[in-house]
Design a protein around this ligand. Sequence first.
Ligand SMILES: Nc1ncnc2c1ncn2[C@@H]1O[C@H](COP(=O)(O)OP(=O)(O)OP(=O)(O)O)[C@@H](O)[C@H]1O
Ligand SMILES: [Mg+2]
Length: 243
Amino acid sequence: MALIDVINFRKSFGPKVIHEDVSFYVRKGECLGLVGGSGAGKSVILRSLIGLEKPDSGQILIDGVDITPFNEKELIPIRKKVAYAFQGGALFDSMTVYENLAYPLRAHTELAEPAIADKIHHQLAEFGLEKAINLYPGELSGGMQKRIGLARAVIMQPEIILYDEPTAGLDPYNTKKIQELILRLKAKGVTAILVTHDIPTAMAVCDKFAFLKDKVIAEQGTIDQLKNRDNSLIQKFIEGNIL
Ligand SMILES: Nc1ncnc2c1ncn2[C@@H]1O[C@H](COP(=O)(O)OP(=O)(O)OP(=O)(O)O)[C@@H](O)[C@H]1O
Ligand SMILES: [Mg+2]
């Protein structure tokens, strides 16, 4: 069974229809590459998967349960299960790295401070970021901020991670580091959706792709399925001839 199943998703803002009819699924342990032009509605789909947006109609099943009618309280366990690594990193500027990582643990777990400190040290060590622990986001490079944002997203040990352009604007070193982090989480069995324009990263981590165009999923499938298809949009994306 699919861990994420989006069925006939429709979303508009006022008169502006963003998604007419979008359906796709992701099985446990898979990574789906969600690609499409700027403004195609990739981030809106990711936000909908944690209930930050409500579709006009359609269903979003997480582990078989439709979350679309859920209220804020009912969404709390979903947001523990599904982490969203925001497009901009979204760290709290007035808090140190330690405080940023402690935030979700204090808000959503019963852990005592020594256990929280333990978890934070462990997570930063795993990501090679220990030295940043007492720094503020403003003291970190953009690449470091994104890596810390990812560390904060995974510290709750989510089953699903939604990556929104995690390597956008990064230098090759930080891009490679983020790629390694995504692959490490994948090796642990974490299910993921990756929104990206970064073809090498997409190719390194995605099992399959869905291409969002003209308000629908214009094409989807595994790399193998798409390899032999004529005029495949995703093949063009992979070859760097589109977007
Ligand atoms: N809260 C909102 N209110 C009104 N319109 C919105 C809202 N959020 C998104 N939109 C519109 O929905 C469309 C899709 O936005 P979205 O951010 O999902 O695009 P995207 O595919 O992630 O683009 P990018 O690659 O630039 O990040 C855009 O036209 C955007 O202006
Ligand atoms: Mg976006």
